[in-house]
Design a binder for this molecule. Structure first.
Ligand SMILES: Cc1cc2nc3c(=O)[nH]c(=O)nc-3n(C[C@H](O)[C@H](O)[C@H](O)COP(=O)(O)OP(=O)(O)OC[C@H]3O[C@@H](n4cnc5c(N)ncnc54)[C@H](O)[C@@H]3O)c2cc1C
Length: 470
């Protein structure tokens, strides 16, 4: 597809649509929009222009202009993505949703919240809590990711074991489609099978099928009691083998996470705080919640006992907010803490059936030895989602790219042999598009291509992401 450059005429039209103050063209001001949280320069690209619309009507006008002029649009939320999805790899307009940051309604009778896409996930969680309710989406990036970005990536996170990923918390969307039409699907109805399930097609589409401009979120009663367990083990294999035992003990934990020894050390360095048993081979971190204190206590005692019988070095229980926060800081800092080991790294997001995690971690260890590189791992054990991270350390560009290619090729082969997939929650973006094409069948790719072509015939919505179209 041949695109046109953003010229002075287009910039003037953009200024008319959103106001001059909401159009950025200066290099220094656009710099922060040239990357997301992928640490490799390979996945950076300067926008030609950044626009900050304030409502769906303005977005519709921008999309119509982009179609007329054949200029790509890259929607951007909080920029915390780990797949280079919000980076304008083919240039064009970056459309930042940062100004659409209002909470429009909290409906405590029907248990819904209606929000604009630029509200941070943390603000959504806090607002729900203030009304005695729970918004159960909980990515580790909640303080800075936007709820629209969570919808676009179908973000997972810590509470997905019990409550499910973002798609389970969405009942309706307003979307500016790639032709500029503003449409709403779903809303406050708990059940709705009127026509195709467009809401759940758009969730996880990474800005390639439209721009989300309003979201109807599901709220739930806030669990009264919560307890967290931090359980150190001498080695990773002993730790991870306890996970299927917990999952089949008749309890649904809210969270079930793991960290290997390198991740624990990185967190300790990053937080500059001694962590308990920081020389352990692995941590399992588990949360249980409920409306009855005895039920929550029974659950964590059962899990603690299971871990003790299966090689735990200790079981720490936290049933108050400050100790709970201390435990979660270590786990939630992973993506930032890993920079303490190597400023450049390649964080993967592979997912395998829970029972196959031990084999997958064994393979990661074997590959790391074979290529003489460090690959710390951490992730959502209860979902089989492993963030294995290849560290660049002192390698030059050539050695680094060769290392990544070799490790990823072998890692993905293992993942597919184990019945897994490339990405559990971070998405495909630009970073994994080539790998996704390699691992999907032509028939699968054709389904994706047909949807994309039908909705976005000019391929202006986030080109180069998810699908590579010629
Ligand atoms: C420290 C850290 C921890 C993390 N932990 C988790 C985790 O636990 N679970 C998890 O799933 N992810 C996690 N992530 C990854 C990231 O935070 C999520 O992918 C998040 O959902 C991205 O939201 P964002 O607003 O930052 O989106 P961005 O990075 O800005 O964009 C992501 C994608 O969504 C598209 N997009 C954004 N807004 C819209 C919109 N309104 N309409 C259409 N398309 C849009 C963009 O084009 C892009 O393709 C983590 C990242 C970091 C840095």
């Amino acid at each position: 597809m041949q695109y046109n450059k953003v010229n002075d005429g287009i910039i003037e039209e953009l200024k008319t649509i959103v106001g001059a103050a909401n159009v950025l063209t200066e290099h220094e001001k656009m710099e922060m929009y040239a990357r997301d949280e992928v640490s490799d320069q390979l996945w950076e690209k300067m926008p030609e222009v950044v626009v900050k619309p304030e409502n769906a009507l303005q977005i519709s006008e921008i999309v119509k202009l982009a179609n007329r002029e054949l200029v790509p649009i890259t929607p951007r939320g909080g920029g915390t993505g780990l797949a280079a999805g919000a980076v304008p790899m083919i240039g064009g307009i970056v459309l930042s949703l940062e100004k659409m940051n209002r909470i429009l309604e909290v409906d405590t009778e029907n248990l819904f919240m209606v929000v604009e896409p630029g509200v941070t996930t943390g603000e959504v969680q806090k607002t729900a809590r203030e009304h005695g309710l729970l918004y159960a989406g909980d990515p580790c990036s909640a303080d800075s990711s936007f709820i629209g970005g969570n919808v676009a990536t179908n973000a997972g996170g810590n509470k997905a074991v019990k409550y499910g990923v973002t798609t389970r918390h969405i009942y309706g969307l307003e979307i500016v489609m790639p032709n500029g039409d503003i449409v709403t699907f779903g809303g406050k109805n708990v059940k709705d099978v009127t026509g195709y399930d467009i809401v759940h097609l758009i969730v996880g589409s990474e800005g390639t099928l439209g721009i989300v401009t309003k979201i109807w979120l599901k709220l739930m009663p806030l669990p009264k009691y919560v307890a967290d367990l931090l359980i150190p083990f001498a080695d990773m294999q002993t730790a991870i083998k306890v996970v299927p035992k917990i999952m089949t003990a008749g309890i649904i934990p809210t969270c079930l996470e793991f960290m290997d020894s390198l991740s624990i050390k990185a967190a300790e360095m990053y937080l500059n705080k001694k962590l308990p048993y920081s020389d352990a081979g692995a941590y399992i971190i588990c949360e249980v919640d409920g409306t009855s204190e005895t039920q929550v206590q029974d659950d964590y005692e059962t899990i603690g006992k299971l871990c003790q019988e299966n090689g735990a070095l200790e079981v720490f229980v936290a049933d108050n907010k400050s100790t709970q926060e201390r435990i979660w800081k270590a786990r939630k800092s992973y993506a930032e803490a890993i920079r303490m080991l190597s400023p450049v790294y390649c964080m993967e997001d592979i997912v395998v059936p829970v029972s196959e995690i031990p084999k997958c971690l064994e393979a990661i260890e074997r590959i790391s030895k074979k290529y003489d590189c460090k690959i710390p791992s951490c992730g959502h054990a209860g979902d089989g989602n492993i963030h294995a991270t290849i560290l660049r350390e002192g390698r030059d560009d050539h050695a680094w790219h060769e290392l990544k290619d070799n490790v990823l090729r072998e890692l993905y082969e293992v993942v597919y042999q184990l019945g897994g997939n490339l990405s559990g929650e971070h998405g495909i973006g630009a970073k994994r598009a080539e790998a996704m094409h390699k691992h999907m069948t032509e028939a699968q790719l054709n389904v994706l291509r047909s949807i994309k072509k039908a909705l976005d015939p000019n391929n202006i919505m986030n080109p180069g992401k998810v699908l590579v179209l010629q």
